[in-house]
Design a binder for this molecule. Structure first.
Ligand SMILES: [Zn+2]
Length: 154
């Protein structure tokens, strides 16, 4: 995936009604650079610190919360309870490895359709569904190899 340019980052901030301050720009930039890994606030902090030594971890936490509230980022809670951030705000699911703590995106229209069908046939009382995400939890069989999904057709 290609990283967004500074202009694109500025645009997404203003689109969400946020002032494009230097701080917000560098935090969002770091999240975008770490994208595939679903970084924690500490990961984001470590990433931007060399070029931005005056930004504190507290500021990074606060900025990430603001981004989550405005819908710029999605929060992913992993098994250990650590908060991770996701720049992919489209409906998608995750595969979580409890051994390596990796979180891998899992996008599958068929799964989405299945879930939509499932909930349209079972009425949830007093609850409005705004989105869903399936999280598969397990362990990589070979920790050095990448997680991949292969469709086996019958
Ligand atoms: Zn994700």
């Amino acid at each position: 995936m290609q990283h967004p340019t500074r202009d694109e980052i500025q645009q997404s901030l203003t689109k969400c009604g946020l002032k494009a301050t230097h701080q917000r720009i560098v935090v969002l930039e770091a999240v975008a650079e770490l994208h595939g890994s679903h970084p924690t606030a500490e990961d984001v902090f470590q990433r931007l610190r060399p070029a931005n030594p005056t930004i504190s971890l507290g500021t990074v936490y606060k900025t990430l919360d603001t981004f989550t509230e405005t819908g710029l980022l999605r929060r992913v809670v992993s098994e250990g309870g650590s908060k991770r951030y996701d720049a992919n705000t489209m409906t998608h699911s995750h595969i979580y490895c409890s051994k390596t703590k990796e979180i891998v995106d899992f996008e599958d229209d068929e799964l989405e359709q299945l879930l939509l069908k499932f909930f349209s046939e079972r009425r949830l009382e007093n609850f409005e569904i705004k989105g869903f995400s399936v999280q598969l939890t397990g362990c990589k069989v070979e920790p050095d190899k990448k997680i991949s999904i292969t469709r086996v057709s019958k």
